[in-house]
Design a protein around this ligand. Sequence first.
Ligand code: ATP
Length: 367
Amino acid sequence: KRRIGVLTSGGDAPGMNGAVRAVVRMAIHCDCEAYAIFEGYEGLVNGGNMIRQMHWEDVRGWQSRGGTLIGSARCMSFRERAGRIRAAKNMVLRGIDALVVCGGDGSLTGADVFRDEWPGLLAELVAEGELTKEQVEPYKILNIVGLVGSIDNDMSGTDATIGCYSSLTRICDAVDDVFDTAFSHQRGFVIEVMGRHCGWLALMSAISTGADWLFIPEMPPKDGWEDEMCSVITKNRKERGKRRTIVIVAEGAQDRQLNKISSNTIKDILTQRLGLDTRTTVLGHTQRGGAACAYDRWLSTLQGVEAVRAVLETSPESPVPVITIRENKIMRTPLMDAVQATKDVTAKIHAKDFAGAMNERDAEFKE
Ligand code: ATP
């Protein structure tokens, strides 16, 4: 029986448990054995009790649980070849020759490096007497498949990452709550949301809640934005009779000179120029926690199933696939193409090519 390992790595995201559940059960359904690797690559490097066989009932009820129940970690040793050699040895000793990695672009890049190096790692293990030729012989081929787990929706090539809609839902709920108190006291609120270099969460939550103003990294405001923002907000309050003002700012927001636009800067502008009683709310890690929304449960299940299919069907010569969703269809895309396109967006932002950065984002985002 083939043995398929599954791990979650990088920042946790709602839906990761649904993905692990689906991989475990689909593996068993396809007459394979499933293994959970705990604490991300840390578990692969350390082996032992951190790699455990999973049975059908072990993942019962996991879809509704937040975070990742098999743990996640940033693992420095896996970045080094020495760490990856230990990981390869642990995999051979456990008879695991296929891996489904659910994480962000860093984790998936690590997976690609590992697959590239695999034959060399095995040869080194044999040369150093750590394993025998006979031991490595059945494991010459390593299949790796990526799943994108991230609340930021910052991976190119897929319309949604596992976790982003759960996070968006939580942000909208929080903004709705703030609305009530803002309305009561006629206050302004500047709400900072996560997303790192990506403005998807901020943009989608601003649209979903009808915010007054928005800042995202891909589309920095034109010089003089302070005047424009103040005039729009004044109009909304005075002419349109709005009792509350909501400004949403992505954590990666910046101006055209790439200086960070912080929630406190915006608050000071609204307070000083408009005399508006303004507060800031940084939503922080509540955006990551909690149960996955229905969409993420569905997405992680379908993608987990597809990941196992891809493990069993992808030839070792073809590039490592990542499971994506495009226009509501679950698809496979060469992993490093998606990672490279993601890096291109960030590079364009750094080069102040903001229009180019927006063009690179997915169609849904552009609209
Ligand atoms: P998030 O988007 O939430 O930050 P991520 O997967 O991008 O998730 P990283 O911290 O970049 O998070 O990567 C997670 C882990 O993946 C690292 O701690 C490391 O173990 C492994 N990793 C990342 N990049 C590489 C690489 N180039 N080579 C080998 N391993 C890597």
